[in-house]
Design a protein around this ligand. Sequence first.
Ligand SMILES: [Zn+2]
Length: 376
Amino acid sequence: MENNLSLIILRFSNAKIFGVFLSIAMIFILVVSNVSAADFEVQKITSDIYVVIRHEPPSLWFNPNTTFIIGKKDVIVIDSNINSNYTREVLAELKKLTDKPVRYVINTHWHEDHIIGNHVYKDAFPNVEFIGHRSTLKDLPEIGGANRKGSIENGAGFVKALKKAIETNKDFEGQPMTEEEKLGYASDIKLVQSYLDEAPNFQIILPTILVDNKLELNDGKRKIEILFLGRAHTGGDLVVRLPKENIVISGDMTVYPIPLVGSTSYPLEYGATLENLRKLKAKTIIPSHGNVMHDDSYIRLMIRLLNSIKTQCEASFQKGETLEQMRKSVNLDEFKKIFAGDSQHKRFIFENYVFLPATAAAFKQLTEIKNKNSNK
Ligand SMILES: [Zn+2]
C-alpha cells in the first residue's frame, strides 16, 4: 500500500496518506499555453555560463533547473525536464544566447524529471552525447521503469485528489488550505498533467558516455569535471565542477528549501557525500531545485540533517526495532522547524520527502548490511 503511494506522488517518496485518492481515472488535456515564460528565468552566472531557474513553487512534483556551459565551439547542457515542451522552451532560451550546437547533455541522475526531455536535444543535435553515471544503465530501466508505470497508472487519480483538495479547501491532512498549499497543488497539477500527456510517447534515452568516478572534458574555454562523490540522493548522483570559475552544479543532492532525500536515496552515506561536495569549496553552487547558492551554509545544514538521520536510524536498528518503531524513535523535529518553519505546506513536504522516505531507505540499507554480514 505504501509502496503504491510512493509511485503516485512523486516516484521518489513514500507518502502513505494518498492511497485513498487514487482510484478514478481522468482524461487530461494539456494546454500547452500553460507552460509559460513566467515558469522560469534565465540567470547569467558568467559571460558564458547560464542557469534556467525554475519558478514552480516547492511542492510534491518537480521540474529541474538547467545549466548551459557555452564553450569555444559547442555547448554543454546539464539536465533536461519533466516534459518535452518544457525542454523545448529551455532550448529556445539557449538559442537566444548562442547558435553553437549542444555537444553533451549531462544528466545528474536518472530521476525522470531530469531526463524525459533528453530527446529534444537529440532531435535538434543528432551528434549529441548523453553523460550519466554507470548505475543509470540499470537504475533508469529498472527502478525508473517501475516508478514510471506507477506514475502513469496513478497520476490521473493524484491530479483528481489535488483538484478536490483545492475545491473543498482541505489539504491532504484535512486542514484548511493555505495560499502556499493552493499554489503548490496547482503547480503539481500542471506538472503531473504535462507528464501524463506525454507518457504514451516517452522516449527514454540512456547515457551514451558513462562515468564511474570522474570524467574530464575541455570545451576550449575551461576544464569541466564530472564527478561521482558517493551515493546520496540516488546511487549515481553526478556533480559538475568548473574549476576555473569555481562553480559546482550539484543536482538533487542539494534541493532547496526542503531537501529531497527520497526513497531511492542512501541516507547512511548521504552526509559523507555532502561532506565531499563541501570540500570542493565552490563559490557558486547551482542546485537542481531552488536558487543559486553562494556559500556552503545550506550544505552544512543538510550534512547535520543527514548525519542525524544516520545516527538515529542506526541506534534504532541496533535495538532491533521495526521500521514502524524506528519512525517513532527517530525525531527530526529540530530540522523540520529549521527547514519548514511554521509552513503547513513545507512541513508536509518535509514529512513526505525527508522523514518517511529517509527512514524507509535507511532501514533498507541497514537490513541489507545486516544480511550481508550474516551471510559471511
Ligand atoms: Zn532527483
